[in-house]
Design a protein around this ligand. Structure first.
Ligand SMILES: *[C@@H]1O[C@H](CO)[C@@H](O)[C@H](O)[C@H]1NC(C)=O
Ligand SMILES: *[C@@H]1O[C@H](CO)[C@@H](O)[C@H](O)[C@H]1NC(C)=O
Ligand SMILES: *[C@@H]1O[C@H](CO)[C@@H](O)[C@H](O)[C@H]1NC(C)=O
Ligand SMILES: *[C@@H]1O[C@H](CO)[C@@H](O)[C@H](O)[C@H]1NC(C)=O
Ligand SMILES: [Zn+2]
Length: 485
């Protein structure tokens, strides 16, 4: 009997702990060399002379954008939620639209984010993102690709990261800082001092600590190309600088460029894609930071040669990009390796790490469901490994086809000291002291109260199990090959 209570209680506790746990990304910190920062930022800054006022005619103002976001939230409340990740220097809220069949709920599904208007004078992205959200809302029941996205992805859309820059019609924010140079950099630590960072940058950084994004794209103007990491080189020279996932990124960037009206026909960029550093190196960029510190595969999409095309052209530019945007998001469920990691003793989800042999990069499983989503180039053989402290790692060789594949891992507890510790913290192994305390406590209460407690806990466990099963089933609905390891 004691054991039953203990198991029920631990089951309940674990659920509570799992739900409450937040993924936290550790960020390196250090001191910023201010003179260096000032010089470099200046070097990379573009000519910021004010263009004529008419340039933004037909584009949404910041308050019109806010209105569009809120109207969308009301019109599409069944598949969306509106929230803000912070405010700009001038106090403009950074609104986000989340689109999903269960907005705001954690599910074992990948999350994708679009970030528009990083540079204030590149406003096409913010217009397209509002069109994208509305198009998804209008075609959810009609278009299978949209349905796939809404049901299997959590899509977060930040139309404008830099509303102040937009209203000033310039690249930088209200403090004149280029936000795409304001993130911590892998080679040059001048940006590592968090307090000196811009509020817009900080908002993005804490957003990534809260939501476990699998991939993302930021939208820019001034060229037509899908840019992928690395953006910077160690020696500051301009040349191809491949990140560990070079193949994966070339695949993702090509998903965009090949679905685009004419991006892949570029004469300047073969296939309409480019390694950032081979185009021109930048430091403190958002893209590399996402991949290194956020566990998120980010592309930088240049979607229009002209930064301020006549607003009449916006619907056409939207048509050129529509399928690319949808295909990029859908690629998170249509391709790659997905699954969950469990412990063999009680089937508990283990938020472990997933690595691919030959690629020096780790993808982390989610905290609540231990689901992982590993984008990979299709039609190749891979060795997938799952590791969790205190458990014996497992590896399996798979043949990944054109479609996504599910590989679940069930790990056996190891015998390391770390493992024992983990077990006693998370597993309620009812070690002598805690058991006695618990039992004494329960027998001290009236028997009926005791009975009610058992029933409530049993019901909670039943609910939790049903939910896990339901989610597992749901996760499998897409036509994936599935493997249990
Ligand atoms: C800061 O950077 C400048 C320029 O590279 C260098 O001359 C200076 O010594 C650096 N200062 C510190 C404190 O590192
Ligand atoms: C910046 O733009 C102004 C006005 O168009 C021009 O006179 C100036 O030469 C430009 N500066 C640079 C560095 O290109
Ligand atoms: C793509 O089409 C647009 C609009 O017709 C045109 O301005 C642009 O030059 C084209 N780009 C390429 C690479 O073909
Ligand atoms: C793997 O990447 C890390 C940085 O993320 C680096 O420190 C390490 O040296 C790399 N290992 C190999 C074998 O390249
Ligand atoms: Zn830009």
């Amino acid at each position: 009997m004691n054991l039953v209570i203990c198991l029920l209680f631990s089951c309940f506790l674990r659920h509570v702990i799992a739900r409450g746990a937040q993924r936290s990304t550790s960020l390196s910190s250090g001191f910023r060399n201010d003179s260096y920062a000032a010089i470099t930022r200046h070097l990379f800054e573009e000519n910021q002379s004010q263009p004529s006022i008419d340039i933004a005619r037909g584009y949404m103002t910041n308050s019109e954008l806010e209105k569009a976001v809120k109207e969308f939230g009301q019109r599409c409340s069944h598949i969306s939620r509106i929230y803000s990740i912070g405010t700009s220097v001038k106090g403009v809220p950074l609104w986000v639209i989340e689109i999903s069949d269960k907005p705001g709920e954690e599910e074992p599904e990948p999350a994708f984010k679009f970030v528009g208007n990083v540079h204030g004078d590149e406003p096409v992205g913010r217009e397209l993102l509002i069109l994208l959200a509305n198009w998804i809302c209008d075609n959810y029941m009609r278009d299978p690709l949209v349905k796939l996205i809404v049901e299997n992805v959590h899509l977060h859309i930040l139309p404008s990261m830099n509303p102040d820059g937009f209203s000033l019609r310039r690249r930088g924010n209200a403090n004149g800082i280029d936000l795409n140079r304001d993130f911590p950099d892998q080679f040059f630590p001048w940006n590592d001092y968090e307090d000196a960072r811009q509020p817009e940058t900080k908002a993005i950084m804490s957003w990534l600590r809260e939501i476990h994004f699998t991939a993302s794209a930021s939208l820019h103007g001034g060229a037509l190309v899908a840019n992928y990491p690395w953006d910077g080189t160690q020696d500051k020279r301009r040349n191809y600088y491949a990140c560990p996932d070079d193949g994966t990124f070339r695949f993702l960037a090509s998903v965009y460029s090949q679905s685009h009206y004419n991006m892949s026909l570029s004469k300047e960029f073969k296939g309409g894609i480019t390694n950032g550093a081979s185009w021109y190196p930048i430091y403190g960029g958002m893209q590399d930071w996402n991949y290194i510190y956020g566990g998120c595969f980010e592309l930088t999409l240049e979607i229009s040669d002209n930064k301020w095309p006549n607003a009449k052209e916006l619907p056409t530019i939207w048509e050129y990009n529509k399928i690319s945007m949808l295909n990029l998001v859908a690629s998170l469920v249509k391709t790659g390796v997905h699954g969950r990691v469990f412990s063999s003793d009680r089937g508990r989800p283990l938020p472990g790490s997933i690595t691919i042999k030959g690629i020096n990069y780790t993808v982390k499983a989610g905290m609540a469901f231990a689901d992982y989503h590993r984008i990979l180039v299709p039609v190749e053989r891979y060795e997938v490994m799952a590791a969790v402290p205190g458990y014996k790692s497992k590896a399996t060789s798979i043949w990944l086809g054109e479609e996504a594949m599910t590989v679940d891992f069930i790990l056996d507890p190891g015998v390391t000291s770390e493992g024992t510790l983990l077990q006693s913290i998370c597993g309620c192994n009812c070690g002598h002291k805690s058991r006695h305390l618990l039992v004494d406590y329960f027998w001290g209460i009236h028997f009926e109260v005791y009975l009610v407690l058992i029933v409530v806990l049993a019901f909670l466990c039943f609910l939790l199990r049903r939910r896990i099963k339901f989610n597992l089933l749901k996760h499998r609905q897409s036509p994936k090959r599935s493997v249990m390891v």
